[in-house]
Design a protein around this ligand. Structure first.
Ligand SMILES: Nc1nc2c(ncn2[C@@H]2O[C@H](COP(=O)(O)OP(=O)(O)OP(=O)(O)O)[C@@H](O)[C@H]2O)c(=O)[nH]1
Ligand SMILES: [Mg+2]
Length: 190
């Protein structure tokens, strides 16, 4: 049986908790608490420790998803949750003040993990604000010397989140394919 750990990170309200809930085969673990600070302007609750979800794969293999808190005051959890991760997904909320700055911040903060594994970027809330556009994200990645696939993702939609997971797995190993088999998802070698 093979176990793979993937991490979701990104700023407050990017949709990390929502994305993990969208794709988990089991009820996700959440540690959301009522927000008492600036976070309130985005949503009533915020993650204070972690999110966890799991996807069962044929053959008994599993993908484990861990979500970080978005708030920097809980950043001690970021390294703890990253340990043993085989890849990172950064979700960016396009409706925040400076999403490209958010991207730069999270790339830099998770640089060690990214350089030793791979990263994929999901841009959420593009239905609420369409600037910057995906090309602006690509230009920022190039300027900062990162290679990563960038997608528009609505974290509430399972198919969107699965596409991001698939893109990350492809970055890790182009031979890997995440294929849906009935209600399951299978990692296949091409
Ligand atoms: N309109 C819109 N809403 C979205 C989209 N993606 C996610 N959301 C909503 O945005 C909110 C995101 O909240 P969370 O999933 O709690 O965000 P988070 O990244 O876990 O935030 P923290 O735990 O505070 O860091 C939820 O209300 C989602 O339903 C999107 O693409 N468009
Ligand atoms: Mg959360």
């Amino acid at each position: 049986m093979r176990q793979h750990k993937l991490i979701f990170t990104g700023p407050v309200g990017a949709g990390k908790t929502t994305a993990i809930a969208s794709i988990s085969d089991e009820p996700p673990v959440r540690t959301d608490e009522v927000a008492t600070d600036m976070t309130k302007q985005y949503k009533p609750e915020t993650t204070v420790a972690l999110d966890y979800g799991v996807m069962r794969l044929p053959g008994g293999n599993k993908l484990h998803f861990y979500g970080t808190p978005g708030q920097e005051r809980f950043d001690f959890m970021w390294d703890i949750l990253s340990t043993g991760g085989i890849g990172l997904m950064i979700l960016i909320n396009n409706n925040r003040l400076d999403p490209l700055k958010d991207l730069g911040f999270f790339l830099q903060r998770f640089d060690t993990l990214i350089r030793s594994t791979a990263v994929a970027i999901g841009v959420t809330q593009m239905d609420l604000r369409d600037e910057p556009c995906l090309n602006d994200y690509n230009l920022t990645l190039t300027r900062l010397n990162y290679h990563a696939p960038v997608f528009e993702v609505d974290a509430r939609r399972k198919t969107d989140v699965l596409l991001l997971v698939q893109a990350l797995l492809f970055r890790l190993d182009p031979e890997l394919k995440l294929e849906r088999v009935e209600n399951n998802v299978e990692i296949k070698t091409a």
